[in-house]
Design a protein around this ligand. Structure first.
Ligand code: ZN
Length: 657
């Protein structure tokens, strides 16, 4: 590990908080130091208040900010005097502490201060940096971790036994630190939790952190416990999509909500899942208690969800019996599955959550194997983990998140998603919390949205082989398929039947009809497993009911597709799958309509362009967004009792009405 300090870059960060923001970001950039929202930093500054009196202010990381991207306004300005007064109290509940921390701020609109604010205030150094460094935790999570830490760092680091973050930890640190700290102390270690470094300037505090963690890494290296070798994994070339989707369906009954499930079959995932001692290694507990919020205390080893649910319920009961307050059990569904055939499976309510779970668990695997190489992995006892999992502050945070978006945990597949109606459908579904796979012949589809809930796949739907892999990729990426939106289609140049070539006709049929048949056929077994019932929406056309001359292939393909959907509605109803058709017309903000084409068509009808755009019964313009919103609404419970319907979205067309 090396210092990332750069003088030129540091100079870009101006103002009193500049150096604090800069080195906080440097820490955040290294995932072996902090993961997602973990770690915190502070600086003590002396500033005039409104009446010109100088006061000491602790700027500490505000909750909701990540070190990697923190800005000056991400630090909460707390009055030191108040923090030190609070620290004198013999006891304080964490809820009261959180309230006091908020009230100590000199700016009411600043974010809530980190729960470790009092601890930062008590340390007599201007700059304080705190991380959950992988190498440190691997060493402390062994049977004689404290001894090893003392051996490596001597009296440069004060060792604090594990205490849950919050008021008690601040008190414990204050007592131990002031009793035992030598002047040579440059930081402290919280066993099973992390490390603090101090300094009189930002660079010193940061570079001490880097130097201390580097020493821990070197120690692991000397004991052949740093670089973990994973055996070359033999992945069977077996399709697991059906198994994964069935597992996801079963997960609903345990979680009470649909989940995104991602399979990982890389060397690390399979290597760990096939480790001869995996049952023992994976059943000890997390590296540090704050991971429990994301990953649960333990992964599911194997596939027995019922056993996992029972074990979780027993763990909950065992730790609540003594408690006086009535706690509500969180959902007893695993977020990590370790299976020798699957490798690693990560699950969460949203694709974002799954990415976080995966990252944390990869670090967990590494930490467990390093500690094992050092002499044995030893996690905190279950009651310490429970304490954090059901901590009132964490519970309040969860409650504060409100109701999840309507399609949270659900997965949609949209064709023709790079632009126009398809893109609008994808956007409407993403906005409602779904994970979305978009397919298009245009490579722009890959970057159409920059969200981990998005997977863009470039494919020409004119080729059966290309189409066949799409559903499989969807399942591998998100674990299932709940909503199928068939929108892709081509609109060939106007040609009368008398001169229509069979090859042109066939190409239109291949893309507008055959590709959709293949996708419907491939998607069916997965739509059947959808936790909240499968839905399909077909984007048809006004031409189905009111065709125009010169568009025979297009109109016939959309009419056949509509008929295909009606038959599917009859066949799939028994499985709870709904399939409905929308018939848009005159949606001019799509790839099919260039300004030139609009001008020509308007002239053809003797209308101005503006008149032509609103040439319908309601005299209104129809946009891609309108269609996207309708398609998403058709997938919502509002239409849970509708299937086989055809709904125009055309402003009212006198030939259709
Ligand atoms: Zn911490």
């Amino acid at each position: 590990m090396h210092s990332l300090w750069n003088d030129a870059a540091a100079r870009e960060f101006i103002g009193a908080l500049g150096p604090r923001v800069y080195t906080s970001r440097l820490l955040g950039r290294d995932k072996t130091l902090v993961l997602h929202g973990g770690g915190n930093t502070s600086v003590k500054l002396c500033e005039p208040d409104l009446s010109g009196l100088q006061e000491d202010i602790l700027y500490v990381k505000g909750s909701g900010w990540d070190l990697e991207t923190i800005e000056a306004r991400g630090f909460s300005p707390c009055r030191m005097q108040r923090l030190l007064e609070i620290a004198q109290l013999p006891a304080l509940s964490d809820t009261h502490m959180a309230n006091e921390l908020r009230q100590s701020m000199k700016l009411s609109s600043a974010p809530a201060p980190s729960v470790e604010a009092i601890l930062h205030a008590l340390l007599p150094h201007k700059y304080v940096d705190h991380t959950h460094a992988d190498a440190i935790i691997a060493i402390t999570n062994t049977p004689n971790g404290a001894q090893r830490i003392a051996e490596i760092f001597g009296d440069r680091l004060v060792i604090i036994p594990y205490v849950m973050p919050g008021f008690k930890l601040a008190r414990a640190v204050a007592e131990i630190f002031h009793r035992s700290a030598k002047s040579s102390a440059i930081g402290l270690i919280l066993l099973n939790h992390g490390i603090f470094s101090f300094g009189d300037d930002a660079r010193t505090s940061y570079e001490r952190m880097i130097a201390l963690v580097s020493e821990a890494e070197a120690y692991l290296e000397r004991h052949n416990a740093f670089h973990i070798e994973y055996p070359l994994a033999e992945t069977e070339n077996r399709l697991v999509s059906q198994e994964i989707a069935e597992f996801r369906r079963a997960l609903l009954d345990v979680a009470g909500q649909p989940m995104v499930v991602v399979i990982h079959q890389d060397r690390q995932s399979l290597g760990f899942a096939r480790h001869p001692d995996v049952s023992l290694l994976a059943s000890q507990g997390p590296l540090t208690p704050d991971h429990v919020i994301r990953t649960k205390r333990l992964p599911l080893i194997g596939r027995d969800l019922d056993a996992y649910r029972l074990a979780y319920t027993a763990y909950f009961r065992a730790h609540t019996m003594a408690g006086t307050e009535s706690l509500t059990m969180l959902d007893p569904a695993p977020r990590v599955v370790v299976d020798k055939d699957w490798g690693l499976l990560t699950a969460g309510r949203t694709a974002v959550e799954v990415v976080i779970v995966e990252e944390i668990y990869r670090h967990t695997i590494e930490g467990i194997l390093r500690a094992t190489a050092l002499g044995g992995y030893k996690a905190l006892p279950a009651n310490s983990i429970f304490e954090v999992e059901y901590w009132d502050l964490e519970q309040a945070k969860l409650r504060g998140q409100g109701t999840p978006p309507p399609f949270a945990g659900e997965i949609a597949l949209v064709t023709g998603a790079a632009s126009g109606i398809g893109r609008a459908c994808a956007e409407a579904l993403l906005t409602r919390g779904a994970a979305v796979v978009g397919v298009d012949i245009n490579p722009a589809v890959e970057k159409a949205f920059s969200s981990v809930s998005w997977l863009g796949i470039q494919r020409d739907l004119g080729d059966e082989g290309n189409v066949r892999s799409i559903v499989e990729m969807t399942i591998r990426h998100f674990g299932g398929l709940d909503m199928l939106i068939l929108n892709a289609g081509i609109f060939p140049p106007s040609t009368p039947i008398s001169s229509l070539a069979l090859t042109d006709w066939s190409r239109v049929m291949r893309i507008n009809l055959d590709a959709n048949l293949i996708l419907m056929r491939d998607a069916y077994p997965f739509l059947k497993l959808a936790p909240r019932s499968g839905r399909a929406v077909i984007v048809g056309s006004k031409n189905v009911r009111a065709p125009g001359p010169g568009a025979s292939a297009y109109s016939a393909s959309k009419a056949a597709l509509t008929q295909l959907a009606r038959v599917a509605a009859l066949e799939w109803g028994r499985d709870g799958i709904r399939i409905n058709v929308v018939h848009p017309n005159a949606v001019f903000d799509t790839g099919l309509w260039t300004n030139d084409v609009v001008a020509k068509r308007a002239a053809h009808y003797g209308l101005s362009e503006a008149e032509y755009r609103k040439n319908n019964v309601l005299g209104t313009e129809i946009t891609s967004r309108d269609v996207g919103e309708m398609v998403a609404t058709l997938c919502s419970p509002i239409f849970s009792r509708t299937t086989g319907a055809q709904i125009p979205i055309d402003g009212g067309n006198d030939r259709v009405i």
